[in-house]
Design a protein around this ligand. Structure first.
Ligand code: NAP
Length: 275
């Protein structure tokens, strides 16, 4: 590896499964100490075990990011546990789709809450530590780069039918990326978005597989119409869905010194496909 993240403390939300788990594993492999979070305890502990077995360093705090006071707790737990917070990956998310005429206020708001409000609260909670640390480092004549990666989607850049709430949340996070890249440049923080096309996780499993997730006591159908999955493959120049490792690779770039002079960007990771 042309870089090491040894000594860096990273927070990855939604790291119990899917892309978040792959991001956490790659960060740990690169040497970072990783704070794991997910709403579900069991898969989260599994991610922790995988990192332990590979000789990496991880701690975990399960919890629901949409609870207003939880983002601050998570940031405090990271700083107290590792002595710093150097990399933040706002990854947790899910889809709750419907055409606009059938989308309830609750559904629309839930998408904003997890994809936009929770990342905002995490970043606001981290602002105190980051500003103080950067001021101290700059006074000592040291340039220490920190990293924020916000996970977005092709839906938030180009739009996907049926995703008014999800697309709005994913577009909103790109606005936050752009603003914070300007506010935090002076503190040596790179702030970027990575937007995925279809990556093979349970979120995009064929709809007829009957997948659901439980959120706040509600069963929410997840998945993509089989015909849409096939259409997405045929419209993708690479002819296939991406793997979680491929998705995580792009995030690792933005967490590494390789991207120290890149900020405020939105990188689309979709095998060349745009909706
Ligand atoms: P995934 O496998 O379902 O993983 C997402 C994780 O986020 C789950 O473990 C989930 O917990 C967790 N999560 C959801 N709500 C949470 C909350 N309130 N608090 C804490 N954790 C929460 O999905 P994925 O495909 O890896 O998605 C990761 C990110 O990529 C999401 O932001 C998603 O929108 C984005 N994305 C994915 C694709 C794709 O094709 N897969 C495309 C574009 C963007 P539970 O397991 O308990 O629900």
């Amino acid at each position: 590896m042309p870089f090491s993240l040894k000594g860096k403390a990273a927070l990855v939300t939604g790291s119990g499964r899917g892309i978040g788990r792959a991001i956490a594993l790659q960060l740990a492999q690169a040497g970072a100490s990783v704070m794991l979070n997910d709403i579900d305890r069991e898969p989260l502990l599994e991610t922790g075990s995988l990192i332990d077995q590979a000789g990496g360093i991880a701690k975990a705090l399960p919890g629901d990011l949409t609870q207003p006071d939880f983002p601050q707790k998570l940031v405090d737990f990271t700083v107290n546990g590792f002595g710093s917070i150097d990399i933040i990956v706002n990854n947790a998310g899910y889809t709750w789709d419907n055409v606009i005429q059938k989308m309830t206020d609750e559904q629309f708001q839930a998408m904003l809450d997890i994809h936009l409000v929770a990342p905002f609260r995490i970043l606001r909670a981290a602002a105190g530590f980051i500003r103080e640390a950067a001021k101290r480092e700059i006074a000592e004549g040291r340039r220490v780069m920190r990293k924020v990666v916000n996970i977005t989607s092709v839906s938030g850049v180009d739009g996907i039918a049926g995703q008014a709430g999800y697309g709005a949340g994913k577009a909103g996070i790109n606005g936050l990326t752009k603003v914070l890249s300007k506010e935090w440049g002076r503190y040596n923080v790179n702030v970027n978005s990575v937007g995925f096309g279809l990556i093979e996780t349970r979120l995009v499993q064929p709809l007829d597989a009957g997948g659901t997730i439980e959120m706040k006591g509600k069963q929410i159908k997840i998945g993509v119409q089989p015909a849409m999955r096939e259409a997405a493959k045929s419209m993708c120049p690479l002819g296939r869905l991406g793997t979680v490792e491929e998705a995580a690779g792009a995030v690792l770039f933005f967490c590494s010194p390789l991207s120290d002079y890149v900020s405020g960007e939105i990188l689309i990771v979709s095998g060349g496909a745009r909706s």
